[in-house]
Design a protein. Structure first.
Length: 317
């Protein structure tokens, strides 16, 4: 499909057939602005019922950043299984960087609406008005729809995404990391999340912070959030009777990476990130007994794919 394929006109009747729209989006065909508006409206209705600390049951497959790499998301579903046969938890960053952010976030929202107890989506630092104006999603919406209306619909919906999840009261899942102002899950539950991602403070930290090898809190090189050491992870898990923290937010070349004495795992699910980084993507599959199994996968084959560089890439947001 050409990136500039015509979108159905706004004057067409808008019927809400989720299965039909899923089929259309999987073929990388565009939906009308009216359909997107309805998806965002229905999506808000589902998401606003969910807590800031969303409880999730196993078995489930936990995924990291996908960043608009739509064909690789389809590859992920090919490997992991399609909803509702497989339950999924995505930890944010659906948009920006890749060329198909609209299709990526639309498909995930449609699955969320169709199977609200089977697919779970958290907020990442890129689910933000400010960040998407810089890293590609805003421009993609304008290019594909001729105005910023669709971008506004999606970014308004992003405010409703849960901030964190807990799988079977054992694994704490979130996009970024911990905050010096939040030492209990009850504190996270009491946050007002329906807003643009703040520049600082506890909500910002959950979406921006990164683990660090040294102990304690540190200044983040990203300019938002903090770095936190293994002692912080250990204390947070102890305080909240958790076994593990799973998060995304950082490129890891093997798709997943353990740190903090295997108390914390980073999962990254966009293979060959930015179509040039040469990394594998990772998934964490948890069975009904909470046994862990990691899967790695390469990019979906596409004509015109950029040459893969095996060099470890520079720092990315």
């Amino acid at each position: 499909m050409s990136l500039s394929s015509p979108v159905p006109s706004a004057g067409e009747p808008s019927k809400f057939d989720v299965e039909e729209m899923i089929s259309t989006v999987i073929q990388c065909k565009p939906l009308s602005e009216q359909q997107v508006a309805k998806i965002c409206e229905k999506g808000k209705e589902v998401l606003q019922k969910e807590s800031n600390v969303h409880p999730v049951r196993a078995p489930i497959t936990v995924c990291g950043d996908v960043h608009g790499q739509f064909h690789d998301l389809l590859e992920l579903f090919k490997i992991g299984g399609l909803p509702p046969d497989t339950n999924y938890l995505f930890m944010g960053d659906y948009v920006d960087r890749g060329y198909y952010s609209v299709e990526t976030v639309t498909l995930l929202l449609l699955y969320k609406i169709r199977y609200p107890e089977r697919l779970h989506i958290l907020r990442g630092n890129h689910e933000s008005r400010q960040i998407t104006q810089v890293y590609g999603f805003y421009d993609e919406c304008v290019r594909k729809y001729g105005s910023a209306n669709v971008w506004k619909l999606f970014t308004d919906l992003f405010d409703y995404l849960p901030l964190t999840a807990v799988v079977e009261n054992e694994i704490f899942c979130l996009h970024g990391g911990l905050s010096p102002t939040l030492d209990a899950l009850s504190h996270i539950r009491s946050l007002e999340r329906v807003q643009e991602v703040p520049h600082e403070g506890p909500m910002c930290d959950l979406l921006w912070s990164d683990p660090e090898d040294r102990d304690g809190w540190g200044v983040s090189p990203r300019g938002a959030g903090f770095t936190f050491g293994g002692d912080i992870t250990e204390q947070f898990c102890h305080n909240n009777s958790l076994k593990t923290i799973a998060r995304a937010h950082q490129l890891v070349m093997d798709g997943y990476s353990w740190t903090h004495q295997e108390k914390l795992v980073t999962i990254f699910s966009a293979p060959n990130y930015c179509y040039r980084c040469g990394n594998l993507a990772g998934l964490l599959e948890l069975d009904e007994h909470m046994n862990k199994c990691f899967f790695q996968f390469d990019p979906a084959p596409r004509r015109g794919e950029a040459q893969v560089s095996k060099k470890t890439p520079d720092y990315f947001l």
